[in-house]
Design a protein around this ligand. Structure first.
Ligand code: FE2
Length: 379
């Protein structure tokens, strides 16, 4: 069943459905890229990740290489093809480098997978049949937006590095100052025009998520472009904002993403830190480039955040954005896109109580993104 089918009224009576999969959080994100070794080097040098495990021809894998990177509780699996017939090669040809898999930890893969299918998910990869030996990694996958998949994974009893065929990496640890990223805060999807509600329904029905917030185009618009966004979450560890383009005077940043990625996909990954000033100073010294912020933003932000004790001079010097809601405030900053195509970027976020995603900053952010779009001739 697709999100469109769900919209067309094929909802089942909730009483007939099994409970949604109980997710233990995001286990890892898998990147499919054109040159895994080079992309891994970039994530090490620029973002301070450690390479902790490796799988490839030397470990018995013939079709791909994969590197597991870690920082705090963030884990990226970066995979590249070893030949032209690999699905990774085809994925890269169509989309460029990007996120293939947002992988969830579960207690029992079979139960989670069957529940997701019963609740309307399309199968991508069933659990392997030889899954009964003790101490192995169980996995299965369902399809999500675009060509993105969600793997359900449990490694109950497994004690090896990451998964079978992986060995501890012998790459030297990266040089440079500590970055201090602690965990994934949220993972944002861009979906097609008119499909936001379908995908919200997908996450509600298949995974039992609820809506945390919704913003329509009246709230998120600039002179040129607009978008609508709904945040779905599992009330704990998984927060997935979903964006849809809206009519604007010129091409929206979501449309630019969809044009270059070729279909819906992951737009940005928000990485949490407990000290964003130190993290951004470290990242800048490592060569990471961030969206520029107009000076006028800080005139407006100081009024909006009046009464909050902040080092405004440091925030303005580094280009860090600030927002508040009734639970507290947050600080955030966005990198330039990290892929050749203008598609995927990172956010660094420090939460001081606030649970939002920085909606008060959207307008300032989008005006900055539009300046970058204009430089690429895509506005
Ligand atoms: Fe975000």
């Amino acid at each position: 069943m697709t999100a469109t089918d769900l919209e067309q009224g094929e909802r089942r009576d909730a009483d007939e459905l099994p409970a949604p999969p109980a997710l233990g959080g995001i286990d890892h994100l898998e990147w499919w890229v054109g040159n895994a070794r080079a992309f891994v080097g970039f994530l090490e040098a620029a973002f301070g990740f450690d390479v902790v495990a490796y799988a490839g021809p030397e470990t018995g894998r013939r079709d791909r290489v994969s590197y597991l990177l870690q920082q705090g509780r963030v884990r990226f699996l970066v995979s590249g093809a070893l030949g032209p017939d690999s699905p990774i090669a085809e994925h890269v040809r169509r989309h460029g480098d990007g996120i293939r898999d947002v992988c969830f930890l579960v207690d029992d893969v079979e139960t989670a997978y069957q529940a997701a299918l019963a609740r309307g998910a399309e199968p991508e990869r069933p659990p392997p049949t030889d899954r009964d030996e003790p101490g192995c990694v169980h996995h299965a996958a369902i399809r999500a937006y675009g060509e993105t998949v969600h793997t359900f994974l449990d490694r109950n009893g497994y004690t090896g590095p990451f998964a079978p065929q992986f060995q501890p990496s012998d790459l030297a640890p990266p040089l440079g100052p500590n970055v201090g990223i602690t965990k994934i805060d949220h993972v944002v999807a861009n979906v097609e025009l008119g499909r936001l509600d379908d995908w919200v329904t997908f996450y509600e029905q298949v995974l039992g998520f609820d809506q945390l917030t919704h913003f329509d185009e009246d709230q998120i618009s600039t002179e040129y472009s607009a978008l609508m966004s709904t945040v779905v979450w599992n009330h704990e560890t998984v927060v997935l904002p979903i964006n849809e383009p809206a009519e604007g005077r010129k091409k929206s940043q979501i449309e630019e993403y969809l044009d270059f990625y070729g279909c819906p996909g992951v737009q940005h990954i928000a990485l949490a830190t407990s000290d964003i000033v130190a993290t951004v100073i470290s990242l800048q010294s490592r060569g990471v480039r961030f969206m520029d912020v107009p000076p006028e933003y800080y005139d407006e932000a100081r009024e909006r955040l009046a009464g909050v004790d902040l080092d405004w001079d440091a925030l303005q010097a580094l280009g860090i954005l600030v927002d508040r809601d009734h639970d507290g405030h947050l600080l955030q900053i966005f990198t330039e896109t990290v892929t050749d195509r203008p598609t995927v970027f990172f956010e660094i976020i420090q939460r001081e109580g606030a649970r939002g995603i920085g909606e008060g900053n959207f307008k300032a952010l989008f005006e900055s993104i539009e300046r970058a779009q204009a430089r690429r001739g895509n506005l």
